[in-house]
Design a binder for this molecule. Structure first.
Ligand code: 6PG
Length: 258
C-alpha cells in the first residue's frame, strides 16, 4: 500500500504553523469565491496549539482570518457536558473561540455531548443536512477536515474493531470509545471523512511513531488501524508529522520541513 502524502516537521510548533498557514490560505480562497469555509475540527490535545495560533492576537497579521465567513463543525465529541474537561468543544472554546473578537466570530455547530448519544447523533446529522443543503442519502463535503490519530490507530472516534467502522449510511453516529476517556462518543463516519475536499492529519509525539509506521508501511488492516481507511474519494489527504511521530519512517519521501 503506497504511503499517504506526508510532511515531517522539526516539532509540533512548526507543524502547527504549517497547518495554520494552510487553513488561512484555504479560508481566504473560500472567501474570495464568496462561499463559506466549512471546517471540521479535530479533538484531543494535538490541535490545541494550532487553534491558539489561528486565533492569537499576536499572529493576527500572519493569520488574520475573517472568521465570519467560517462555519466550524466537529469531527467528534465525547458525550460529556460542554464545560467538562474531556469536552472537545471546551478545548476549542478555550484555545480558539475565546481569543476571537466578538465581531469576528465563526458560526459554531457543536455536537451535543450532553444529550443522549443517539439523539445527539441524529440532531447533528440534521444540522449537517441543513447547513450543507443536502437531502437524505447525500453526504456533506467539508472544505477541510482536521484529524488526529490515537496510539491505537483510531481517528475521530472511529476505534479499532468497533461497529462504527462499518457505518456507510449515516453521517454521524454514537460510537463506543476504545481509549480514554472511556465515555460514549459522537463521530462523523468514514463516508463523511472521505467526501472532504481536504483532510489533514496532525500527528505529533514519540508515542505515535509505531502506529504511524504500521499505518504507512504495514499491511492494510483497516479494522485494526482505522486511520488507514481515510482516503478522500475526490479530495486530498496530507499527514503533518513531527519528527518524533515520524521517527520510524526510514526514508522521508514527501516534503521534509525543518
Ligand atoms: C478525540 C479525538 C481523537 C484524537 C486522537 C489523538 O476526541 O480524542 O478526536 O481522535 O484526535 O485521539 O489525540 P491527541 O491529539 O490527544 O493525541
Amino acid at each position: 500500500m503506497p504511503r499517504p502524502n506526508y510532511t515531517i516537521f522539526e516539532d509540533k510548533n512548526h507543524l502547527s504553523e504549517e497547518a495554520a498557514h494552510g487553513i488561512m490560505v484555504q479560508a481566504g480562497l473560500a472567501e474570495a469565491y464568496e462561499r463559506p469555509f466549512r471546517i471540521a475540527l479535530a479533538g484531543g490535545s494535538t490541535p490545541e496549539l494550532l487553534y491558539r495560533l489561528l486565533s492569537s492576537r499576536e499572529r493576527r497579521n500572519d493569520y488574520g482570518m475573517n472568521w465570519k465567513n467560517i462555519q466550524v463543525f466537529f469531527g467528534d465529541e465525547r458525550c460529556v457536558p460542554p464545560d467538562a474537561p474531556e469536552s472537545n468543544y471546551r478545548m476549542v472554546k478555550e484555545s480558539l473561540l475565546a481569543n476571537l473578537d466578538a465581531d469576528n466570530m465563526p458560526q459554531v455547530f457543536r455536537m451535543e455531548g450532553e444529550s443522549d448519544p443517539e439523539e445527539g447523533a441524529k440532531r447533528y446529522e440534521e444540522t449537517l443536512r441543513k447547513e450543507f443543503g443536502i437531502g437524505v442519502g447525500e453526504i456533506p463535503r467539508f472544505d477541510l477536515i482536521l484529524l488526529g490519530m490515537g496510539e491505537d490507530g483510531h481517528t475521530a472516534s472511529l476505534f479499532p474493531h468497533k461497529a462504527s467502522l462499518k457505518e456507510t449510511d449515516r453521517l454521524v453516529i454514537a460510537a463506543e470509545p476504545g481509549l480514554k476517556p472511556f465515555v460514549p462518543r459522537l463521530t462523523l463516519t468514514f463516508p463523511v471523512l472521505n467526501n472532504a475536499v481536504q483532510v489533514l492529519f496532525l500527528v505529533a509525539g514519540e508515542d505515535k511513531a509505531t502506529t504511524v509506521k504500521l499505518v504507512f508501511d504495514g499491511e492494510s488492516l483497516p479494522d485494526e488501524l482505522p486511520s488507514q481507511t481515510v482516503k478522500p474519494l475526490s479530495g486530498t489527504l496530507m499527514w503533518l508529522l513531527d519528527k518524533t511521530a515520524a521517527s520510524q519512517l526510514q526514508q522521508n519521501r514527501s516534503g521534509f520541513r525543518l
